[in-house]
Write a protein that binds this ligand. Structure first.
Ligand code: DX5
Ligand code: ZN
Length: 229
């Protein structure tokens, strides 16, 4: 019997109170979430700054949980500082080189991530159509659907993201590619996201503000186990 849930959850540590980062990591561990989502912002690709490689290295190397780094940075400056981080997955934005990113640059970045022994993800902003990912489907492990404009936690979920997830699930077909959703995920919409075809939820403010994060995580994981039975 398969008892493992096919749904993954990673709280976004960017949404935590940085004064109490150790407590936030402890809460994530106790909650039964699968890992930590690290939002990297450079005030170029998005109008905000979060943290850089040192923060991720310090937390990820000691917390004992898998990590995924979501790079909301201008990739023209290179990806090197992130390739050696102790995370399992690195996600880049398809728009990181401008609205129409040169195909060769995107492939080069995905190649560098995989060559560093990590899974590679590609993210699409709300205005970018799902079909932009088609050329890369055989070179990625995950698609990240941004369901808010990248840059800030605590924004309202964009409902059109559901259609994008459905379309991606259709395009992915038999491939093992995961669909991660990030932005405004809450107790009110997580079922809709999973039913649309997402299998990896990033939860920021709704996780840290929840009265019973552990109970909520259990409920989500259970839904993934039932799907497997
Ligand atoms: C936004 C980040 C998100 C954010 C999610 O650019 O990518 O990971 O922290 O926070 P919530 O769930 O509050 O929207
Ligand atoms: Zn993110």
């Amino acid at each position: 019997m398969i008892t493992e849930s096919n749904i993954k959850i990673a709280p976004s540590i960017f949404a935590a109170d940085f004064y109490s980062i150790g407590e936030a990591v402890g809460l994530i561990k106790r909650s039964g979430a699968d890992g930590i989502h690290y939002d990297v912002m450079d005030n170029r690709f998005v109008p905000n700054i979060s943290f850089g490689p040192k923060f991720i290295a310090d937390v990820a190397s000691k917390c004992g949980l898998p990590g995924d780094a979501h790079l909301m940075i201008d990739l023209a400056r290179g990806i090197e500082p992130y390739l050696s981080l102790p995370v399992d997955l690195i996600t880049i934005h398809i728009e990181a080189f401008g609205d129409i990113s040169p195909d060769t640059r995107v492939r080069e970045m995905l190649g560098s991530i995989r060559a560093a022994g990590k899974k590679a993800g590609i993210s699409v902003k709300p205005a970018t159509p799902a079909d932009a990912v088609i050329p890369y489907l055989d070179n990625i492990d995950l698609v990240l659907v941004m369901s808010v404009e990248p840059g800030f936690s605590g924004q309202k979920f964009i409902p059109e993201s559901l259609d994008k997830i459905r379309r991606l699930r259709e395009m992915i077909g038999e491939r093992k590619t995961s669909i991660q959703v990030d932005g405004g995920v809450s107790r009110d919409n997580y079922k809709l996201l999973l039913d649309a075809g997402a299998d990896f939820l990033v939860i920021g403010s709704a996780f840290f503000n929840d009265k019973d994060p552990q109970g909520w995580m259990n409920t989500i994981k259970l839904k993934g186990i039932v799907q497997n039975l």
